[in-house]
Design a protein around this ligand. Structure first.
Ligand code: KIV
Length: 297
């Protein structure tokens, strides 16, 4: 394991100051976290996209703090070098400051090194309380999936002049409240550029163009593990769903023809024990039992 990425180290990563762009990818379990970390990303986001890509819900509003704790702990148990950022789910930071700090603390105790929450100016009170409790906070503005009903769907935000200015104000307010980075989702690239150039903390884009200080994508999108809707901002780097179906179909065919398991996947008794049981380890008899597979030994 290399040295751990920290929130202050991420905060210092402005491309305009010569830093390399930040890379963040989501993960929701131990094997996913190992893949993402071994690929050398800077941050693993245990996103509330968990709801849609893993748990089968239609939106992100269904996951609870307990769900997020469960999956954050699975990711953190792999001891990644990347900074683990966990999403505060909907309604876990809207009701009271006390609730917000307690819910964020549950994610930190599960192994996250920072939390992420959605919204700008109206969330600054909660951001300040979290920072005051020594919890690093990542902001998230633009297309904020937890606002799906308020936004009227998953739509690009900040296209009108007032809305674009509102996003610039939101980013400024989050910086003043103490966030160490801001995710910009689903905004025109000029808005991304305005915010990235104006603010001292790194911006991490998803569907926000190329001016951000980093980029984030969802694990299942990068790897082609889902083939439903493919948003314009996604670039697939593998076709794991298609590859997986092909592999499982090959397994099913091998089972049905008797080609699996073969000798390679079979345990044997010592010959004397088999003989005492009235059986022989003679391959032909095994072939007879399992319907004609080709075996040796
Ligand atoms: O939950 C998530 O995966 C996210 C990213 C899309 C930024 O918030």
């Amino acid at each position: 394991m290399g040295s751990r990425v920290t929130a202050p180290a991420v905060r210092a990563r402005k491309v305009a100051n010569g830093a390399d762009p930040l890379v963040m990818v989501t993960a929701y379990d131990a094997p996913g976290a190992r893949m993402v970390d071994e690929a050398g990303v800077d941050m693993i986001l245990v996103g509330d996209s968990l709801a849609m890509v893993v748990l089968g819900y239609e939106d992100t509003l269904q996951v609870t703090v307990d769900d997020m704790v469960h999956h954050t702990a699975a990711v953190a148990r792999t001891s990644p070098s990347a900074l683990v950022v966990a999403d505060l789910p909907w309604l876990s930071y809207h009701v009271s400051v006390e609730d917000t700090v307690r819910n964020a603390a549950a994610l930190i105790r599960a192994g996250a090194g920072a939390v992420k929450l959605e919204g700008g100016t109206k969330r600054t009170k909660m951001v300040e309380a979290l920072v005051d409790a020594e919890i690093p906070v990542m902001g998230h503005i633009g297309l904020t999936p937890q606002s799906i009903h308020a936004m009227g769907g998953f739509k690009v935000q900040g296209k009108e002049l007032d809305a674009a200015r509102g996003l610039v104000e939101d980013a400024k307010a989050l910086v003043e409240a103490g966030v160490f980075a801001i995710v910009l989702e689903g905004v025109p690239d000029v808005v991304d550029r305005l915010i990235t150039e104006a603010d001292p903390v790194p911006t991490i884009g998803i569907g926000a163009g190329r001016h951000c200080d980093g980029q984030v994508l969802v694990f299942h999108d990068v790897l082609g593990l889902q083939d439903g809707i493919r948003p314009k901002f996604v670039r697939r780097y593998a076709t794991l769903k298609a590859d997986g179906i092909e592999a499982i179909a090959a397994f099913a065919a091998d089972v049905r023809t008797g080609a699996f398991p073969s000798e390679e996947q079979t345990y044997h008794l010592p010959a004397a024990t088999a003989a005492a049981l009235g059986l022989s380890e003679e391959p032909d008899e095994v072939i007879g039992l399992y319907g004609g597979a080709t075996m040796s030994g």
